[in-house]
Design a protein around this ligand. Structure first.
Ligand code: KG4
Ligand code: ZN
Length: 340
């Protein structure tokens, strides 16, 4: 039997300082996440400069905790994986510099990981049976991608957002209806008390491109609705607005995904990224996949939002392919999926 591969993974692309120890890409020994949400909430969103400073303050402790919780030391680690893009450049640099320092000091292989590849790979952790090829919808605060996963590390982007990412739309609408930051989980919660068919918000379409997404029109429609209510003196039912907005997003995400399922003949479909923890999306996707008779996969909510276990999972498959980064590895804020 092959020797187990233990990867120390580091993630610092946005406002979560995270480290994990993952064995053979699928078994998570530890997954430590230090969230900066409290401090960014004071400003209504992520402040990049503050994020970088907080990563620097916390990263050593988070790595130490990840090793301790896994019951290992650096002597037991076979490689270091780290997110090097996309994300906030100053935030990414903290993780990249840390990973390079550990790899150099311990003479360990270094593997730069694409953040979105990490999100997709989160599905491997709890679903041992899942293997490419499959279809995947990646919906996060910065990205909305409909992806054909051809093989480990091999992706074809079928569609993407032309303007706001799905999570960004959740955050902006939440702010407009007074729910504050972070918007996604708050809209999810409030929507449970609302009527999703109360307001008929538009389902964004991109002309000539059946898999691309557009959410800025929907966001404007919500803002217009709120303005109109204010001007006419009509009280706004926050829960109805939230539920109707959420339904409009979910309908489009499910429709495009199922279209891809038909067109590409996927037998397995997965969702990933922060918005994949949305309860309405999970339910709607599950029902849509069941109707098509295909298997549906989604990570637990803690593995949907940013974490380092998913980076460890992705790093393992790069490791197996012999892919290594050298000490010139740099943060690439706008790194594209499938690009090195
Ligand atoms: O994947 P992630 O943690 O970070 C990025 O890579 O962007 O995603 C964060 C995004 C935020 O926009 C947040 O509002 C959204 O995911 N989100 C949700 C939910 N939980 C997090 N959106 C809708 N429903 C949720 N339950
Ligand atoms: Zn993310």
């Amino acid at each position: 039997m092959d020797k187990d591969v233990r990867i120390l993974a580091i993630e610092s692309s946005c406002d979560e300082t995270a480290a994990a120890v993952v064995v053979n890409g699928r078994e998570v020994l530890s997954n430590i996440i230090s969230s900066q949400i409290d401090i960014h909430t004071l400003y209504g969103g992520v402040v990049p400069e503050i994020a970088s400073r907080k990563h620097i303050e916390r990263i050593n402790q988070v790595i130490r905790e990840a090793l301790t919780a896994a019951g290992v030391t650096l002597d037991d680690i076979d490689a270091v994986g780290v997110t090097y893009g996309p994300g906030l450049v100053g935030a990414l640099l903290v993780g990249v510099a840390e990973a390079k320092a550990i790899a150099w000091a311990r003479q360990l292989p270094l593997i730069g990981v694409h953040h979105i590849e990490g999100h997709i790979s989160a599905n491997y952790i709890e679903h041992r049976e899942l293997e490419p090829p499959f279809g995947c919808l990646v919906v996060s605060g910065g990205h909305t991608h409909l992806v054909r996963v051809r093989d480990y590390g091999e992706y074809e982007i079928l569609g993407r957002t032309c303007d706001d990412a799905a999570g960004e739309a959740f955050d902006k609408v939440a702010r407009a209806i007074g729910l504050g930051y972070p918007g996604g989980p708050k809209i999810d919660r409030v929507s449970r008390e609302g009527d999703p068919s109360a307001i008929d918000f538009p389902r964004g379409k991109v002309r000539g491109s059946e898999y691309d997404f557009s959410f800025s029109g929907l966001k404007s429609a919500v803002l217009n609705y709120l303005n109109e209510c204010r001007m006419k003196g009509i009280p706004v039912r926050t829960a109805d607005v939230a539920a109707s907005f959420q339904k409009a997003v979910v309908d489009v995400l499910v429709e495009h995904s199922m279209h891809a399922v038909e067109e590409y003949g996927f037998r397995e479909f997965a969702i990933a990224g922060g918005v994949a923890s949305n309860s309405a999306l999970r339910l709607a996707m599950e029902e849509a996949c069941a109707k098509k008779g295909i298997s549906f996969y989604r990570p637990s909510p803690v593995l949907c939002t940013d974490n380092a276990a998913m980076i460890g999972a992705a790093a393992y498959y790069e490791y197996r392919k012999g892919i290594r980064s050298d000490y010139s590895l740099n943060a690439i804020p706008n790194l594209q999926l499938g690009e090195r």
